[in-house]
Design a protein around this ligand. Structure first.
Ligand code: NAD
Length: 358
């Protein structure tokens, strides 16, 4: 069956890194993989062309696709737009529309890039962890929220942290499944000592865990997890956590490996349909200069094959090609050490394509 991919390059460097990911898809298609792709607009580009960050044309395209590949959205040109037209509303809109509730963020330390990490090489050598973040619940979406004036006449802002049993069950199950495919260790991160939401979270995770006796479950408070990620990150394999804790911890973990230009991510719905994107933003500071690292987007293509198309073999090939180009010494500016030769976005894409065809 032909796989339909919706390609949404987005804004600024989104366009440049996506062009390289498409080169990789072209190679696979030329080899005989049944792939069909169609381009659409999201974020600022969509506001420019159609007056909305997640316009109807993109909604149709995304809903009909088997998977979505996204570059990055946003940038200074769109900073003054009203809230509902801001590019990030497009991102939240597509996640909500497609019910993408599970966000997978691997953090990997490539041996070749050990010097790019802000941690000592011996602490991150061999690091390979996966953070699974719930994406559609928690304090980011809980009601009520708002601003008010309290009884003393002082202005307040308030939000509601909220998780239902069903929401925790489905993300916990994915966490156990992911751990089962890796080293069978799952760490659930919460703030159970303080928050009611976390108390329910922990109870439900433990219950779900009874169905996975082969997976070793541990629990950690989020403040300790933030510390342990820097102190001894290799103690973790799979971390499962809620939306706000996951937001912060996954950004922290992304720095362990050295550059956000290297890290892909996946956001899945209940059926395994997913949106795949680099974790970085649209990097307006380097846009249009052939400087962006396209590897995170190329690795996102690999995740797409693994998670949505059940083709771990292709994901492994893409991962191996990326490792190969790093081993051969190819570096974009963000991952180069002083004195190392720097190549551009297009040249890095070409190097991966050449490695894939070898
Ligand atoms: P950013 O990730 O775009 O950039 C942070 C820094 O990292 C910059 O110095 C940038 O040059 C560098 N960088 C990022 N990606 C790189 C790559 N592939 N190769 C080399 N260097 C890279 O974050 P920001 O500057 O805070 O945000 C810029 C814009 O992107 C904002 O409008 C923000 O809202 C948006 N943003 C979008 C997403 C997304 O689409 N998922 C995520 C984060 C930020």
């Amino acid at each position: 069956m032909t796989k339909k991919i919706a390609i949404l390059p987005g804004d600024y460097i989104g366009l440049e890194v996506m062009a390289e990911a498409v080169k990789v898809l072209d190679v696979l298609r030329a080899e005989g993989e049944a792939l069909e792709y169609e381009f659409g607009l999201l974020g600022g580009a969509a506001v420019d062309a159609e007056g909305h960050p997640y316009p109807e044309s993109t909604q149709k395209l995304a809903r009909a696709a088997d998977a979505i590949l996204l570059g990055a959205v946003g940038g200074p040109k769109y900073d003054e737009l009203p809230r509902e037209l801001r590019p990030e509303r497009g991102l939240l809109g597509i996640r909500k529309d497609l019910g993408l509730f599970a966000n997978f963020r691997p953090a990997l330390a490539y041996a070749e890039l050990a010097a790019a990490s802000s941690l000592k090489p011996e602490i991150i050598a061999g690091l390979d962890l996966l953070i699974l973040r719930e994406l559609t619940g928690d304090i980011y979406f809980g009601q009520p929220r708002g601003r008010r004036t309290n009884a003393e006449g002082v202005e307040e802002g308030y939000d509601t942290m909220h998780y239902s049993r069903t929401e925790v069950e489905r993300i916990a199950r994915l966490g156990f499944e992911a751990a089962r495919k890796r080293s069978k260790k799952l760490c659930s991160v919460d703030k159970e000592n303080v928050l009611e939401t976390s108390r329910l979270w922990r109870e439900v995770v433990i219950e779900v865990g009874k169905g996975y006796p082969d997976v070793e479950l541990s629990h950690m408070y989020v403040d300790n997890a933030a510390m342990q990620l820097i102190r001894r990150p290799r103690q973790f394999d799979v971390i499962v956590t809620g939306n706000i804790f996951g937001d912060i911890l996954s950004d922290e973990a992304s720095m362990l490996g050295g550059s956000i230009g290297m890290l892909p991510s996946a956001s899945l719905d209940v059926n395994g349909k997913g949106m795949y994107e680099p974790i970085h933003g649209s990097a307006p500071d380097i846009a249009g200069q052939n400087k962006a690292n396209p590897l995170a987007t190329i690795l996102s293509v690999g995740m797409m094959f693994k998670y949505s198309f059940d083709r771990g073999d292709i994901a492994d090939r893409i991962d191996a090609a990326v490792k190969g180009v790093l081993r051969a010494g190819h570096r974009t500016g963000d991952i180069a050490q002083p004195g190392e030769k720097i190549i551009g976005t297009r040249e890095m894409g070409d190097a991966v394509v050449a490695a894939l065809q070898r």
